[in-house]
Ligand binder design. Structure first.
Ligand code: ZN
Length: 192
């Protein structure tokens, strides 16, 4: 591989190490530079280091799941295209706030389809309109104690909020004091 040529960078977020490794290998063979992250928190940490050209993310992950991660990404980095690869939702009823550019069901798609979608998304980068909806509340998932760890879409730091209810909530960021709007869409995935 010609290492001097420009390579598009992909951030691959999946909690299954084996899938991450295989994905990394396959995408690198296509000429991409691939960064891995095992959940949304690691994904955000990676975004603070350097911005990828495209993000590929799972939805069901411990700590910070894909809904939460992507809703922060959509508010903070609306121009980065996002592909969701997940087994949970079969392409239907993905919340509008997640706004993935493409959705593939785990184990149910052909690699050439994924590769051509990635190719199309990175090549439309220069003219890509802002598809994010800045006024959309970020999506959050409540744990069984009625608290959430909300990530501020401005400073990307995470703080606990108690007494939340289903629907749209507001809380002041502990760190930068801006008001964070977030929508509770359901119970935690963990342990389901
Ligand atoms: Zn903040």
């Amino acid at each position: 591989m010609d290492r001097t040529s420009f390579r598009y960078r992909i951030l691959l977020v999946d909690d299954e190490a084996a899938l991450r490794d295989v994905g990394k290998m396959l995408l690198e063979a296509q000429g991409y530079e691939v960064l891995g992250a095992e959940d949304g928190f690691e994904g955000l940490a990676a975004l603070k280091q350097s911005l990828p050209d495209i993000i590929i993310s799972d939805l069901q992950m411990p700590n910070m799941n894909g809904f939460e991660f992507l809703s922060v990404v959509r508010r903070r980095f609306p121009t980065i295209p996002v592909i969701v690869i997940s087994g949970e939702f079969s392409g239907v009823s993905v919340p509008e706030s997640v706004l993935a550019d493409a959705f593939f069901e785990k184990g149910e798609y052909k690699l050439p389809e994924l590769f051509s979608r990635i190719c199309a998304l990175v090549h439309e980068l220069p003219t890509r309109p802002k598809t994010g909806k800045p006024n959309n509340a970020a999506v959050w998932v409540m744990n069984n104690k009625g608290t959430v760890a909300v990530t501020c879409s401005e400073c990307l730091r995470t703080f606990p909020v108690a007494g939340v209810s289903k629907g749209v909530n507001e809380a002041e960021c502990d760190f930068c004091s801006c008001m964070v709007r977030f929508e509770i869409i359901g119970e935690s995935f963990v342990g389901r």
